[in-house]
Design a binder for this molecule. Structure first.
Ligand SMILES: [Zn+2]
Ligand SMILES: [Zn+2]
Length: 390
């Protein structure tokens, strides 16, 4: 029996456990850093299948790290599991399925690891939608030893791993001085004006930025009543760019727009980050080709080129530390369901979506096995990683 056939057979043995895991997390959605139940369910099943499990990794209560070692020393391959939900709409990003296929692939690979050699690791990474648990794992050097890592995200259709924009979440707070807006306007310092001038300056900056960069913001506090000069104003922005190095350059320019707004209005300014910053995604093409072929071999009829719509995700920070991919798998036969909606959450529970777990888990486990077994392949992957644009 071929290795892929054996892997497919191992997946069939645990398929019922995997669909139950996805369903339990779907029925009990938890927000980032509050995913206690999801973390418990994942670690329970991993322990049951013989993994050594650490819960609460890197000071994050709902993070985990699970390891299964063969008796043959060798490289380690990593799978990333996510399980956070969105406010109001539950698993509208399908992270119940991301966690399931990551943990599932880890278990399936562990069943053949004695023959493959090396080890398999599963990382439980909380709060992808907000504070990016993977950023903490990456920053603390917890993935540097991996020969490669991957995850897979549900989507309408199957897509190869592509690009994701680097992102920084900037908060500008302006501090002025209140006064009666009509009787004593000269005594006030208008914090809202600081925020408004920031938007005006950024609109000017937009003419001179690279075409795929994005700057978008809102005023979250602009004063309370019209007859008091606003003493406090707050504006939140996302700045995105196709590379981390250009993002850093752009963020400095955006900060200067806000500083200029504060200067012209006479306000004090405080600048902070209100969510984690993500790097751009470095897709390892060698790994992506391998995984795509494995999906086709496992029975997926078609894998589309990378998605053209660009978001940002915390797998990107992992991709700066070790070779990685972030592909999408299709859960809607019509190819139309849209992410971050209630319909998407419901779609993860359909028979069609559950059937895809067979293919995705098998192809993920197969990809890990091939990379662990083949030193030349690992060299090729590492070479590409070393030369990627940062
Ligand atoms: Zn999302
Ligand atoms: Zn997502």
């Amino acid at each position: 029996m071929s290795l892929l056939e054996r892997i497919k057979e191992e997946e069939r043995k645990i398929h019922g456990e995997l669909t139950a895991l996805s369903q339990a997390i779907y029925e009990h959605p938890e927000l980032g850093h509050e995913e206690y139940e999801a973390c418990r369910l994942h670690t329970e099943i991993l322990k049951k299948h013989g993994f050594e499990v650490e819960v609460g990794s890197e000071g994050m209560k709902t993070a985990f790290h699970a390891v299964y070692k063969s008796s043959k020393p060798g490289p380690a391959f990593g799978f990333m599991s996510e399980y956070d939900a969105l406010p109001e709409i539950g698993h509208g990003c399908g992270h119940n399925m991301i966690g399931t296929v990551g943990t599932g692939a880890g278990i399936v690979l562990s069943k053949v690891i004695e023959e493959v050699g090396g080890s398999v690791e599963v990382f439980g990474t909380p709060a992808e939608e907000t504070w990016g648990g993977k950023v903490v794992f990456a920053d603390n050097g917890r993935v540097d030893h991996l020969c490669a890592a991957m995850m897979a995200h549900p989507n309408a259709n199957y897509h190869r791993s592509g690009e994701a924009l680097a992102i920084e979440a900037l908060r500008f707070e302006f501090y002025g001085k209140p006064a009666h807006a009509s009787s004593f306007p000269d005594k006030g310092i208008n914090a809202l004006e600081g925020a408004i001038q920031t938007f005006v300056n950024i609109n000017g900056l937009r003419q001179h930025i690279k075409s795929d960069a994005r700057i978008h913001g809102v005023i979250t506090n602009g004063g309370t009543v019209a007859n008091v000069v606003p003493e406090y104003a707050c504006a939140d922005f996302y700045v995105r760019a196709s590379t981390k190095s250009y993002l850093d350059e752009l963020v400095e320019k955006v900060k200067n727009c806000a500083r200029a707004g504060a200067l012209s209005s006479g306000c004090e300014i405080k600048i902070s980050n209100y969510e984690a910053s993500y790097c751009h995604l470095i897709t390892n093409k060698t790994m992506d080709d391998l995984f795509t072929q494995n999906l086709l071999d496992a029975g997926v009829p078609k894998v589309y080129p990378p998605r053209t719509s660009k978001g940002s995700n915390d797998m990107s920070n992992i991709s700066f530390r070790c070779p990685a991919i972030h592909p999408y798998f299709g859960i809607d036969e019509t190819g139309e369901v849209v992410g971050h909606t209630r319909e998407f959450a419901k779609q993860t529970m359909t028979d069609y979506a559950k059937e895809q777990i067979h293919y995705v888990v098998s192809a993920m486990a197969m990809t890990g096995a091939q990379i662990l077994m083949d030193e030349d392949l690992r060299k090729k992957i590492r070479e590409e990683f070393d030369h990627a644009e940062r």
